[in-house]
Design a protein around this ligand. Sequence first.
Ligand code: AMP
Length: 406
Amino acid sequence: MQKRRYLEQSIKETFEKFGYKEIQTPTFETLELFTAKSGEGIIDELYSFTDKGGREIALRPELTAPVIRMYVEKLQMEPKPLKLFYFGNCFRYDRPQKGRYREFKQAGCEIIGSDTPEAYAELIAMAYKILKNAGLKNIQLNIGNLNILSSMFKNLKLSEDKQKYLIPLIDKALFEDVYDALTEFKINPKDATNFLEMLQTDDINKIIEYVKSDKSTLEEINKLKEILKILKNSFDVKDYNVKLSIVRGLDYYKGIVFEIEATNLGAEKQLCGGGAYELISLFGGKEFPTAGFAIGFDRSLIALETEKFVFPTQRIDAYVIPINEDTIEKSLEIANELRNNNLKADVDLMRRGVSKAMKYASSLNVKNAIIIGPDEIKNNSATVKDMDTGKQETVKIENLPKHIQG
Ligand code: AMP
């Protein structure tokens, strides 16, 4: 929990540095909230049940839909842009493996009300900085755009069904299978090769060349270019890749999408996914631009552990040891006073010998041991041992808090 609390605190601080405010939604929602967003197919991936009142309920698999539901119900009148962040446990009916659980935690956010390039650049930069500020070194940021991908599909005159068949293959980067499927769909080899090249290139000029005949797609690319420029110049985020093969697997995303992966994790290496989407009107509200992302909390922790990140540890400032039964009361009093001075203090509760108590104190990695014997009480003082240096001093009891703080 210390590691988890460290990561949570670090993520929260970065969200707050960007002006985001925390929000919390319930663990369960109506099943309809998620089927409205993702279709009936999502039911197989959910924990859902009928409650005693006959309501169809689902444990949330993610928090974007719940946050937008709450926005529509309670927050529509708030000034824009509205910047909300959250931590929440999520549930997916999945086959568990390392980094993939049935219950896991997400840290995420939504920005409602702005679709300027600077809003998207800020969102992407924040996701990247959250992971960097937490201490991760080996992460890769990939940025794509679903409108560009759709227009590439349109160029090939692929039906919706065919697109639906290709999307999971593109998502899994199974490019040979994509090529085979395109051949089967009677796309000529040159067009298929070009299409695959666009999916894999990170050269935006090549992409512009490919779609330049389509004016609205060209506009979309110019917007993407602008976002990348702001990321680089204003947010100092330079090490990104353009990757048109990001599909995010969800139908409601529109336009910009991005993912961040941990380069030294195996199969489950995706730490963050996000982008622009439209959901408000689906839930009965007045549509505004919306975008957001979700970071896999547990996976980010695994990534930190894999990088051998040294998590900050909380140390107890002082361990008070009464030498005998006569000094127990004074020892408890001293520990109480230290706590009143905002110090972390523990006291021996086992009525054991000093050497055993010291051994326990050192196993707890305490900073100081405070030994209280009859002589010490007589002189109104304590023996303080610095457990790191081994140095021992006599300190007046009234000076103990200052001494330990110092
Ligand atoms: P998604 O909502 O699917 O885009 O997921 C966002 C992030 O949550 C992913 O990038 C993962 O890091 C994390 N995640 C998704 N599913 C799971 C899972 N079953 N177990 C652990 N983490 C997950």
